[in-house]
Design a protein around this ligand. Structure first.
Ligand code: ADP
Ligand code: NA
Length: 328
């Protein structure tokens, strides 16, 4: 099993990113040969600030290492340092069809009504995503709901390439759906995703928040006056309460019903401090390690470069085989 997964190097990581993405990677590295990359090339599909991109890349890498990614086991790198991603992307653009890309719902959502003003990269980045995984012959790709369509596209591109050129070159990657990845909602509005783009800082727990700030945000999280029920089914109509219990369960590595078995009948006056303690115990050490790692940014950069070296070695033969198949 070989897993490849990327994350855009954006700043301001939060609890949703941790429980929904980063922690899944940490679990993954024990179960599969894992390649994790910071998708700095994907970041170019929208307008970027070069200095911010460079510093976000290092900060994101430090966060991943602080959260438990072991760069000696997993291969951790940034996409731009492995030219095979962009090169294979170009080769695959001859295989991908305009109609396929036109059907991508993310393209429709992100470009909106301004298709003429969108970057070409925003349209073709699903092909780069295909190259990201096909270059390494990934067998599995962790995907959330919003990325399923792009993985399907990668499989279509791989199938057509293999057929068109009469080769059995590309492995068709399977989706890896992690049952443990919860969707974390805003602390201010149980119907909105916790997100870095939410203008309210109180809506999210940032991974850089101090212990006191975290505790304060949980204390002020929107809830209701009802006590907690005995089972998750009793929270169906209480999204804010459900979210807090879901977060507790995810942090504790257990299920919502198990959490409620402990807290049934109690109110949020009791539950919130317990949740805050658990979050601080989990995220505090990650934050502290991250801060220490960022004292030496060059060292983080060297770690990424070592990962890129290993990734280049793995991707090289596949890129060469694709070129040969195409007469290059
Ligand atoms: P944001 O929504 O803050 O912009 P991104 O879109 O950059 O976050 O997502 C980065 C990763 O974190 C993705 O794998 C995404 O699925 C995950 N993620 C982001 N927000 C959440 C959330 N609220 N709950 C669970 N996972 C999330
Ligand atoms: Na987002």
């Amino acid at each position: 099993m070989r897993v490849v997964s990327g994350i855009q190097p954006t700043g301001n990581l939060h609890l949703g990113n941790y429980l929904g993405a980063i922690r899944q990677w940490v679990d993954m590295q024990d179960r599969a040969e894992s390649l994790f990359f910071l998708a700095d090339l994907h970041a170019l599909t929208v307008v970027i600030d070069p200095r911010e991109l460079a510093s976000n890349t290092i900060e994101m890498a430090a966060t991943l290492i602080a959260a438990g990614i072991d760069p000696d086991r997993a291969i951790l790198f940034n996409q731009a340092r492995v030219p095979a991603h962009a090169e294979l992307c170009w080769l695959l653009q001859g295989t991908a069809r305009m109609g396929w890309l036109n059907r991508m719902t993310q393209w429709k959502d992100k470009a909106g009504k301004n298709r003429e003003g969108a970057s070409v990269g925003l349209f073709t980045y699903p092909v780069l995503q295909a190259a990201d995984v096909l270059a390494y012959q990934a067998t599995h790709v962790p995907v959330g709901d919003d990325q399923k369509q792009h993985l399907e596209l990668a499989r279509d591109i791989a199938t057509k390439f293999n057929q068109d050129f009469g080769v059995e070159l590309f492995t068709l990657p399977e989706p890896f759906i992690s049952p443990a990845a919860p969707r974390v909602m805003s602390l201010r509005d149980g119907s909105a995703k916790m997100s870095k783009s939410d203008p309210s800082d109180a809506s999210r727990i940032n991974l850089v928040d101090s212990d006191d700030v975290m505790a304060g945000k949980f204390r002020k999280a929107r809830t209701d006056a009802e006590p907690l029920p005995a089972e998750m089914a009793g929270l169906a109509e209480r999204p804010e309460a459900r979210n807090l219990v879901t977060i507790y369960a995810a942090l504790a590595g257990t299920g919502g019903d198990a959490v409620l078995a402990e807290f049934a009948g109690q109110g949020f006056g009791q539950f919130k401090p317990a949740l805050a303690d658990l979050a601080i115990a989990t995220l505090g050490p990650i934050r502290d390690r991250m801060v220490r790692l960022l004292d030496d940014r060059d060292h983080v950069a060297v770690t990424l470069e070592k990962g890129a070296e290993r990734a280049r070695t793995l991707a090289g033969p596949t890129l060469l085989a694709a070129q040969k198949a195409m007469g290059l």
